[in-house]
Ligand binder design. Sequence first.
Ligand code: SF4
Length: 231
Amino acid sequence: MTSQRDARYFDEHSDPVADRVAVALSKVGLAMKNAQLAQAQEGGLSATQQQILAIIAARGAQRPSAIAQRLGVTAATVSDSIKALCDKGLADRERDPDDARAQRVTLTTKGRRSAESAMGWPDFLVGAIDKLSADKQEAFLSGLVELIATLQREEKIPQSAMCVTCVHFQPWRHGASAPAPHHCGLVDAPMAHRHLRIDCAEHQPASAERAEAALGRLRDGPDATEKRSAR
Ligand code: SF4
């Protein structure tokens, strides 16, 4: 008869949780990349061209430099992709009304149709996440917001238009016990964790210091200042 092991067995024979979360995220990332590539190939577009269409569809006409910054790729890569999109009749260049020397990229009607399909590519992932309970979805969103903000601060990924890096975001303004403890100063309304935006069209970047303080407060709670100074 074999004796049952106690709970310490897996404490002694498991990789750290952080390592396993990283492996899990890499598997999700691979699934997303495969789905994106399959869809791009179907439409005869590269993944970068597809992302450019999605950015312009979501945020309106963009300067090439802004697209390059958002995608975290070089200006030359974006320039080649924009030329290809224009050649395919999906995009057009126009003069930037704010600066006569600069150009912006817009979508043609055909490009907008193509962008709508490009923007739908994470649908399979939304369906899977939807199967999680509301509490788990909210916890997942909170964790990812903090993770993305940390990676952005370390310049490992491009900047996203997230609440935590926005000049309008006021974490915990309504107190930790409020159902919606945070506040968006732009629309002057309370926000709960579940309302945090990842890619907000109205986002205005906060200074690095302010974004760092907001991330610390969001992560550690309303008393973050005292907790951090005690470390
Ligand atoms: S403007 Fe957008 S990004 Fe900024 S705090 Fe409000 S909802 Fe968040």
